[in-house]
Design a protein around this ligand. Structure first.
Ligand code: ADP
Ligand code: ZN
Length: 612
């Protein structure tokens, strides 16, 4: 198809995908690729990267070859495309020989709009031959950052993709990723030979995610449960923990509280991991409790929250993990509880690490940045984006610090007391001991070391034990104190402590939060984003119908309709097939396949409402 491409692309968007209009740079990218140009697309998760190659795939002659690193991801994408009546297939190791040959025949016959291929497969002689016999519309290279050794998703097979350009110089290529820091971007351009490609950079912001970093008040699990019950009852989420043991414990505990919570970590049998992942994708409202091993390639759009019960090691890790929430663009929460113990554990882990000095220093800097993010009193999103070299003019209004500005206090004197207590006890003790000394608690150990006779004994009675712990956490987090590497957890002064002790460096710190009273906890309930949909009976009825359709076909529920589409159905309450077709996310094919069924649910619901 040729001529004026722009109305055609829009028509496809509306008729096939059921969406009204393009988002952000989608239209510009599509036009560029349609015209045969190469493109490098940096767009945050949930930004709508897929349409940038799917629409040109439908409009250009031939088949689009999509390189995608993960089998699970391919399968879901192909399932979703087929729901929209698009001719799509994949070639990967999950197919048996006959199934693969069948797909190859379809490709040769020109029967496919899109073919998803694993990168290692693309390099095989068989595949190369097949491509020679095929009319190729374009190459799309998804998760293009896998070509870079810089990040943690490096896939050596991606390096061979530069051959595509050499063998098929006329075919446009579009590389896409959500990971776009400067070194990664450079690697992509170099290794995929995209130096001449048009660059589309939409930045990193995920405005629909609300960031919330809470202090661990001694029982993070209960804080988590309260958060889930208040904001995410019956919704899907991921809870990250640092250790396998904590994963298991937390999952069991949440189950006992009545949630559907499944553990996921590298120590579980592969079969069980697979099963838990599938349930998370297919069922509504499953919470997965996981180590970081979970999430890569999870393309579930309706993950409503990501919670951290431990501090991640870097802002990169934090952003990637929290980024798995709210891909569908609806409100989502990133919630974390962190405390003194997290800071100590991570500092120690780092010092014990066997990494080379240079690497250690990088890890240290990354952790410092993460700790800084936890302790800041200004907008979290501005800080996050700044870290990635992005800029946000005004505070975001959608993070905890923006919504409830934290109180601060003049902490210089208290910090001086804490620091000199470390000094007077010879920099050998942990926080619990130091706090006891400050509070003037006499116990066997303190007497034995004679620390009940030093000048800092009992000089801190104006604060509670918890306040002192929070202060020590902040002093460690901001680098005034360090944790002993011999593993005893002894706290030491750093060079930065001196100016504070001498009174040359005043400290204003975030006030420690206290356990909320019951009444306060209830009022706080309004914090945290809730999805826009109501949880009324119509919503439930629509979800139930969607679940039945999904189960019958063995696909995830969101492949039938996204939550956003169901929410719009509740809101618009369409009374005819025509009105139903105007809802976002309902294209021609889905209207034909599911229109009657969902209309029936709506009308039946109305009838029962009226008789009640
Ligand atoms: P990414 O790959 O960038 O993470 P996707 O391509 O999966 O994002 O798109 C994220 C979500 O946004 C999907 O649910 C998709 O259907 C939806 N979407 C994309 N473009 C549009 C649009 N123009 N209008 C409405 N929804 C869109
Ligand atoms: Zn903010």
């Amino acid at each position: 198809m040729h001529g004026d491409t722009h109305p055609t692309a829009l028509k496809v968007l509306q008729a096939v995908f059921g969406y009204d209009s393009f988002r952000g740079p989608q239209q510009a990218i599509i036009e560029h690729v349609m015209a045969g140009g190469d493109a490098l697309v940096l767009m945050p998760t949930g930004g709508g990267k897929s349409l940038c190659y799917q629409i040109p795939a439908l409009l250009r002659e031939g088949t689009a070859i999509v390189v995608s690193p993960l089998i699970a991801l391919m399968q879901d994408q192909v399932a979703a495309l087929k729901q929209n009546g698009i001719k799509a297939a994949y070639l990967n190791s999950s197919l048996d020989y006959h199934e693969a040959v069948e797909v190859e025949n379809q490709l040769r016959a020109g029967d496919l709009d899109l073919l998803y291929v694993a990168p290692e497969r693309l390099a095989t002689a068989r595949m190369q031959m097949l491509l020679e016999q095929t009319r190729i519309a374009l190459f799309a290279i998804d998760e293009a950052h896998c070509v870079s050794q810089w990040g943690h998703d490096f896939r050596p097979e991606y390096r061979q993709l530069s051959q595509l350009h050499q063998r098929f110089p006329q075919v446009p290529r579009i590389a896409l990723t959500a990971t776009a820091d400067v070194p990664t971007r450079g690697d992509i351009m170099e290794h995929l030979q995209l130096q001449e490609a048009a660059l589309y950079n939409s930045g990193f912001d995920r405005p629909n995610i609300r960031y919330h970093i809470a202090e661990n008040q001694g029982n993070a699990k209960e804080q988590l449960l309260r958060f889930i019950r208040e904001h995410h009852d019956g919704e899907a989420g991921i809870v990250y923990c640092l250790s396998r043991r904590k994963v298991e414990e937390t999952a069991i505990w949440l189950e006992r509280q009545g949630l559907t919570a499944l553990p996921y970590h590298a120590g579980l049998p592969a079969e069980q991991r697979q099963q838990h992942q599938t349930r998370f994708l297919r069922e509504d409202g499953v919470v997965v409790v996981a180590t970081i091993a979970f999430g890569m390639g999870i393309d579930k759009p309706d993950v409503r929250f990501v919670a951290h019960l431990n501090l991640p090691k870097s802002i990169e890790a934090y952003y990637q993990e929290t980024g798995r929430a709210g891909r569908d663009g609806l409100p989502a929460n990133a919630w974390m509880a962190y405390g003194l113990q997290d800071v100590i554990t991570l500092r120690q882990m780092q010092q014990d690490s066997s990494a080379a000095d240079q690497q250690k220093r990088i890890e240290q800097q990354k952790l410092d940045a993460m700790l800084g993010l936890c302790e800041i009193i200004s907008c979290r999103r501005q800080a996050l984006l700044h870290y990635f070299g992005d800029h946000l003019d005004a505070p975001c209004g959608n993070c905890d610090n923006c919504l409830t500005p934290p109180e601060t206090w003049e902490a210089t004197v208290a910090a001086q007391k804490a620091l000199s207590c470390v000094y007077r006890t010879e920099q050998r003790f942990g926080v619990t001991y130091l706090v006891d000394v400050l509070l003037g608690k006499s116990n066997e150990r303190i007497t034995r070391f004679g620390h009940d006779r030093i000048s800092t004994f009992g000089i801190g009675k104006e604060l509670t034990a918890n306040d002192w712990k929070a202060l020590f956490r902040q002093l460690i987090a901001s680098g005034y104190l360090s944790v002993d590497m011999e593993g005893h957890g002894g706290i030491k002064l750093t060079a930065n402590a001196k100016p504070v002790l001498r009174g040359e460096h005043p400290l204003t710190l975030r006030k420690p939060s206290h356990k909320p009273s019951k009444a306060k906890a209830a009022r706080r309930g309004s914090k945290g984003a809730s999805a826009t949909h109501s949880h009324g009976p119509l919503w439930e009825a629509l979800r139930q119908h969607r679940r039945e359709l999904a189960e019958a076909q063995g696909v995830p529920a969101y492949v039938i309709f996204h939550d956003a589409t169901l929410a719009e159905l509740v809101e618009q309450n369409p009374q005819s097939l025509e009105a139903l077709g105007a809802i976002s996310g309902i294209g021609a094919r889905k209207l034909a396949d599911y229109g009657e069924g969902f209309l029936d649910v709506i009308l039946t619901h109305q009838a029962t409402e009226q008789t009640n």
